[in-house]
Design a protein around this ligand. Sequence first.
Ligand code: ATP
Ligand code: MG
Length: 418
Amino acid sequence: MQTIRGFRDILPENIALWQKVEKEATRLFDAFGFKEIRIPVLEKTQLFSRSIGEATDIVEKEMYTFADRKGDKLTLRPEATASIVRSYIQHKMYATDPIRKFFMMGPMFRRERPQKGRYRQFYQIDAEVFGVESAYIDSQLIFILTELFKRLGLTGLSAHVNSLGCPDCRPSFQRALLDFIASKKDRLCDNCLRRIDKNPLRILDCKVTSCKDVLQDAPATLDHLCNHCEDHFATVKTTLETQGVDFIVDKSLVRGLDYYTRTAWEIQTTTLGAQSAVAGGGRYDGLVKELGGPQTPGIGFAIGFDRLVEVMEQLDKAPQATALDLFLICLGDMATEKGYHWSCALNQNGIRTEMDFRGKSMKALMKRANKLNAHYVLIAGEDELIQNAIILRDMNTKEQVSLPVETLVPELIKIFKK
Ligand code: ATP
Ligand code: MG
């Protein structure tokens, strides 16, 4: 049996970086007042089609959708924002606190063509803020991302920032875009042509090279902002600048989801080739209302966890594997029984201790201690028990001490807790 295409195992030998990121992200979110939320992997299809948008790549071709036994249409979540908004509304979280900040980490599912940095089950680290319209929060979210990446030792990243405007500036932009597209119709792909009526903004997100070329000169939302959006974006930029966050204003950045308004951004890396986006985010001031809640501003980002780990692997940021503190070599039945109790007591005290219960020889067990990179070995055979002198050997210095059975565990705890 093999995993299905685009799905993969993350093996224990590769887990250190994932755990390092999880730890660092959790610490950072905690410092900024974000609380963890856990949401289901499966939701009603409608949640995603309504929020992400019917005419987006995700909804049109990437979702894992199926009917359950009763015929209800369900979808494996392709992203987290929609579910978190659903949860926010379902539990009336707006009623208990006007500002809520969440984070979550977990798998997402999109049926894309698998390649390096692109999987069908992939992982995201996601953050969302509800109830704050101020541009300071836009800056702060971008700041959190750059701070996290800095703590993880990443280099070669750049923040691309744009403003997509709001419903007030959309009509003027939409007119300009439709005029432009009308003049280039013969050079656009079928998918783009189909979207002219359905969702013209999505044309700007087309990945076909010839379309990309044509659309280079397309009108940009940034040139059609209303005064409010203009001010908002100006504050985002100055606060990023004063905080020393490097960014590039990128007029062509539109993101692949319909719900974004105003600030949108992506963190890109130079080290991953075509899959260059390691994180993306944006404001979605209309989404809570759209999904049935009260008018509430919202904003968030998602980090591509798999890609982040790949960048870190390239930069060789893997932490050292943790070595074993102590390996117990117990020879014979009596020593094995005693050793079993010693090892449990040491484990209870947080000392990394292992024992091999297969009844192997001294030579084989020494070999295993070396393989496990044990700092110390404890040697207890029949002779050592009779003489009440259990041997503790430092595998690096080869120094040995003898310890009596009665006080063995407390003595070892003392040694390892030093
Ligand atoms: P891309 O343009 O690379 O397809 P996206 O715009 O579809 O990315 P988002 O929906 O914004 O991605 O998701 C946020 C992040 O999740 C991306 O920046 C990326 O790092 C990661 N991501 C998205 N799709 C995948 C995938 N199929 N496999 C691995 N990571 C992914
Ligand atoms: Mg995509």
